[in-house]
Design a protein around this ligand. Structure first.
Ligand code: NAD
Ligand code: MG
Length: 398
């Protein structure tokens, strides 16, 4: 008889978001394996209240203090669930000895401090928050080596790569036989749209992703293809490879998520329906496999798989990201910060869609990017780049 092992205690950062929902959906299918211990979000009181009532975590965190006090009032009949507030409560939650696994699913650089704290505390960390790696990849990977944390990518392409790479049971990888990694990209909603009409793109059009249902920021990133640019950086940092060894191919069906080209001519691919529950289930159970609720791919029904080269002129953000990667960690901090500012401005009707790349380009070329490899220095550079990007906005605003 095998000894009864305790359920994996899970903390979800960004619980009310799209990845948070996919994660909770998988967890709900396996109540004997997983227990929701803590949930965190920014300010969605109604969303968090519903999750607290459904999953009964020990505590919940709202980063926004006003939202935290509203949530505490709304949950006053449930005395067993504590409500905590503020960014410092997020970091405390990440280091809580009462959790085993942290799901990093906050959007943007705002997720970095908690993500880093979870890695430093030696947790199993399921990483969706790609911006954290773009801002502090070296720091996160070094901290993981020191603490023994297991970093498991759940961004679908990186999870696909992880599945196709030679990984041992401890998570160590030997990449000596790998020629290059390849990320697929759907090309987003504007893959074939007349570039002359991109000035008039609305928020609804930019967020209508053809194959994935996701939060607004990553949906706009997919429309500009900055998402793939961030993912190239994410892959280089996660797997320790230079930009030249991470390629991108357009695959509008989003059924093949990533491929690994080996020296001997073999190419391994990971396929599946475009549903985040697959990478989430893979990383939750790794190295085992569990049901995710996602149907199997019917290849005969799919018929053919299509691939094309990305169009560099249509998607300037891809080259901006590679350029920042070549220039070093400070430049990728600024790239991400300027992109967050520009996308937020677009979502608020303050910047034209076709000017997002211009704001990022001007921020990258208008600053020095020498930064020390420490959290405080990186966040300071992030702040400076946001200020710079906001100044650009004033000139570019419609
Ligand atoms: P989303 O907008 O749907 O959800 C974001 C979550 O983060 C929300 O719960 C929100 O409350 C929380 N949040 C935002 N700012 C916060 C702050 N300052 N403090 C605390 N919480 C905060 O976003 P999403 O689509 O779920 O994406 C989350 C992350 O996962 C992003 O980095 C994205 O690039 C990545 N990702 C998403 C998908 C997807 O399918 N949605 C796929 C791959 C990677
Ligand atoms: Mg992805």
């Amino acid at each position: 008889m095998s000894a009864p092992h305790h359920r994996q205690r899970i903390a979800i950062f960004g619980a009310t978001g799209s990845v948070g929902q996919s994660t909770l959906d998988v967890i709900a299918q396996h109540p004997m394996r997983y227990e929701v211990t803590a949930l965190a979000a920014y300010q969605d009181v109604a969303g968090m209240q519903a999750l607290a009532r459904a999953f009964h975590p020990r505590y919940v965190v709202m980063a926004n203090r006003q939202a935290a006090s509203e949530l505490a009032a709304a949950l006053s009949d449930l005395s067993a669930i504590e409500v905590r507030s503020g960014p410092e409560a997020l970091v405390e939650m990440a280091a809580d000895p009462g959790i085993d696994t942290a799901v990093a699913a906050i959007v943007g650089a705002a997720g970095l401090p908690a993500c880093l704290a979870a890695v430093e505390a030696g947790k199993r960390v399921l990483l969706a928050n790609k911006e954290a790696l773009v801002v502090a990849g070296d720091l996160l990977c070094q901290a993981a080596q020191r603490s023994g944390a297991t970093l498991l990518p759940i961004d679908s392409e990186h999870n696909g790569l992880f599945q196709c790479l030679p990984v041992d049971a401890a998570g160590a990888m030997d990449l000596s036989g790998v020629e290059h990694l390849c990320l697929t990209a759907s090309g987003g909603p504007f893959r074939e749209r007349d570039p002359a009409t991109l000035a008039k793109v609305t928020v609804a059009e930019a967020c209508a992703h053809p194959t994935w249902s996701m939060g607004q920021k990553i949906s706009v990133d997919s429309a500009t293809m900055m998402n793939k640019g961030l993912e190239v950086i994410e892959a280089c940092r996660l797997f320790g490879l230079p930009s030249a060894q991470v390629t991108v191919v357009i695959h509008p069906q989003s059924l093949v998520h990533a491929l690994v080209q080996y020296r001997d001519g073999s190419m391994l691919a990971q396929l599946g329906l475009a549903d985040m529950r697959t990478p989430v289930a893979h990383a939750l159970a790794w190295p085992e496999r569990i049901d995710s609720g996602v149907a199997a791919l019917d290849l005969a029904a799919v018929g053919t798989l299509a691939f094309t080269q990305p169009d560099a002129e249509r998607f300037p953000c891809l080259a901006l990201a590679r350029d920042a990667l070549e220039r070093g960690p400070g430049a990728t901090v600024a790239l991400n910060a300027a992109n967050e500012v520009a996308v937020d401005a677009f979502l608020h009707g303050l910047l034209r869609f076709d000017r997002i790349a211009g704001v990022i380009d001007a921020t990258l070329s208008g600053m020095e990017h020498h930064v020390d490899n420490a959290l405080e220095a990186l966040l300071e550079h992030d702040h400076a780049a946001r200020t710079h990007a906001r100044q650009q906005l004033r000139q570019w605003s419609a």
